[in-house]
Design a protein around this ligand. Sequence first.
Ligand SMILES: [Mg+2]
Length: 230
Amino acid sequence: MIRYPYVLLDADNTLFDFDTGNRNAFRAVCETQDIPDTDENFALYETCNNAMWAAFDRGECTKDFIVIERFRIFLNKLGLRRDPAVCNQVHLTTLGKSKLLLPHAEEVCRTLSRQCKLYIVTNAVAAVQKSRLAGSGVAPYIEEAFISEDAGASKPSKAYFNYVFGKVPALTTQNCLLVGDSLSSDIQGANNAGLPCCWFNRKGYAHPEGLRIDYEIADLRQLYNIIGVV
Ligand SMILES: [Mg+2]
């Protein structure tokens, strides 16, 4: 008996090894722009990057703005004169080619897709995400990918999930399970939209206060039991 015939999967750090792809993209920026590729510089870039995505999640600025602004702030802090738009272009192009999957992602998508319909729900730069999905090992098992940039809204907003529901009329708030690693976008989004959710807590983070988490997994294969596939 399939408990959730529709599965909404986050992409980055749920199916894709975003962390490795992101580190490789930073290295490519350093190599092409003559910036020292050190762990300290990467940590500094991550601080700038995370601050900008947080501002985006709060609805304070556009994606086109933040992707360049993160490099502008990073370069300013280092006192380097480089073109932040060029840095961003190298970064996004490299990231778009990164198709590294997390352990068991391909096997789990293949197995689930025999009895469920799988969709991707992701906040990201549409061009990057489409390029990565298209050539990835999970592509054959995914019905459709819903990218925030196309939706005109992003997780965790209810408007984003309304867009997804508009695209898949068979979806209800009972027959789908949202699976994601992010508390602030995935789990908060499922809470906002009233959807069952599963937190992919790969790194064993502490439980947050005030969020409904229906299931928690540390390995994607645990979805078999939760969803009820055999
Ligand atoms: Mg994620």
